[in-house]
Each structure stands twice: as structure tokens, then as C-alpha cells.
Design a protein around this ligand. Sequence first.
Ligand SMILES: C[S@@+](CC[C@H](N)C(=O)[O-])C[C@H]1O[C@@H](n2cnc3c(N)ncnc32)[C@H](O)[C@@H]1O
Length: 250
Amino acid sequence: MAETTGSTDPANPTTDSISPPDSKINHAASLDYWNGVPATSNAMLAMLGNYPWYTRIDLRGSKTFLNKIRRMISGATTEGKLKSAVDCGAGVGRVTEGFLSHVCEVVDAVEPVEKFTAVLQASPLKASGAVGNVYVMGIEEWVPEKKYDLIWTQFCVGHVTDVQLGTYLVRCRKALVETGVIVFKENISTDPNGWDMYDEEDSSVTRTDGKFRALFKEAGLNVIASELQLGFPKNFKLLPVRFYALRPKS
Ligand SMILES: C[S@@+](CC[C@H](N)C(=O)[O-])C[C@H]1O[C@@H](n2cnc3c(N)ncnc32)[C@H](O)[C@@H]1O
């Protein structure tokens, strides 16, 4: 699935050595790739390898993880819906439609591909007010205009460099309400040498767990919980998917 080129020193994952994988990221190439994916109701499945069962397992796992986090955060109510969330790298709104809109009153979205955001804009969720602002831009450009209970970032950070990801995390940290939480749900590198992996097909990087944790720390965030998404059939040899729940360091 992902090709490994370039290197990052595994012992010091934020220190780039020669030609680090994220230096190969080309935003124009990523957007070309995603613009070539049909923006139909099946688009999310196409993005996820056309496995219809994938999205069911994925969304159920997300709901269970968020419930755990809500129980952990002192002062946060576990009853009822959260007030506001944002779905970052939202695509056509698979996560918003299948999960976030069930647990949050209003869900904003950040997504750079206009034909995907057009699907969200035209959805009944937008008409009902369950989808709020839709920002047509990459996460590297997005500057939050309000505070959120939940900033959900899934399967998209591979499209930004380590530096861009670091500054995005700092902006997200500052955009949380007092009991707010950032959740990352991302593929994890399986490179045998512990390197991030560059994938030429969509010009993205799959990071190691160590790299993610170093970036979270640098951005002033604590990992309050982290676990693997379970339940994907092993014979498909998919990359591991890991959740991280992040709160500002006190
Ligand atoms: C694998 S899809 C995931 C979509 C959605 N998060 C989901 O899980 O169904 C990756 C998404 O990242 C978007 N993307 C590409 N570059 C991005 C960037 N710089 N910032 C945010 N999202 C980006 C793509 O357009 C695409 O919608």
C-alpha cells in the first residue's frame, strides 16, 4: 500500500535526516489524486479501498473510543450531545454523517477538495443545521474561528509536513473549550526500520507512533488515551489504525 522511501532517525523522530519522507509531500499532487476520486455517496468506500465493512467497523470503533474519553474527562458531561465539533479532512462527510452528527449538535468541516465539500453543502445535514461551517481548505491553512468540544482529525494528516502538522496541533490546542479534546485517528507506519513511509500514489506520509507522540508533545499536548482500532480482518493486511485523544498540558 505505502512505499518506503527516505528516512527519519527512529531514535530522534522529529530530527529529519537526509530527504525525510515528509519533504516529498506535494500538495498539488495530493489534490490531483483526490480530485480523481468520485464525489458520490460511495466515494468514502472508494477512498478506503472499497471495503464496505470497513466503514461500519471504523465508525463503531470511533463511537466507543469517544464514549471512553468523555467518561475520562473530569467536568465533561457524558450525557447528551456535545455542542460543537469539527471534522478535519472531512472528505464527503463520511465521519460526520455516520458518527459525529450523532454525538454533536453542530459539526463544522475542513476539507480542501471542493467537489467533496459540495456534497456536504448539499446534504440534508447542512439543511438541518447539523453541519455548520464548511471550510474549503487544507488543515495547514485552517485557522479556527471558534472553540470546539471535539476536533476530530482522521485519515488526512499524511498530506501535511511535520512542521505544518505541528502548527496545526498548536492552533487546535488553542481552539478547545475547557473540557475539549482533540482526537486523531490515523494509519501507523509498519516500516521494519521504524521510519515514516512515503506513498507516491496520493503523495502522503504514514507516520510512526513515535513520530506522532513527539509532535503531540512539542505542540503542548498530552496523550490522555491511545488505542488501536480493532476488528479489521487480519487477512486484508491493512495498516494498523490508532486513536489518540489529546488534551492541553496543564
Ligand atoms: C482517506 S480520505 C479521509 C476522509 C475522511 N476523513 C474519512 O475518514 O472518511 C483523505 C481526505 O483528506 C483530504 N485532504 C487532502 N489533503 C488535505 C489537507 N492538506 N488537509 C486536510 N485534508 C486533506 C482529501 O481530500 C480526502 O478527503
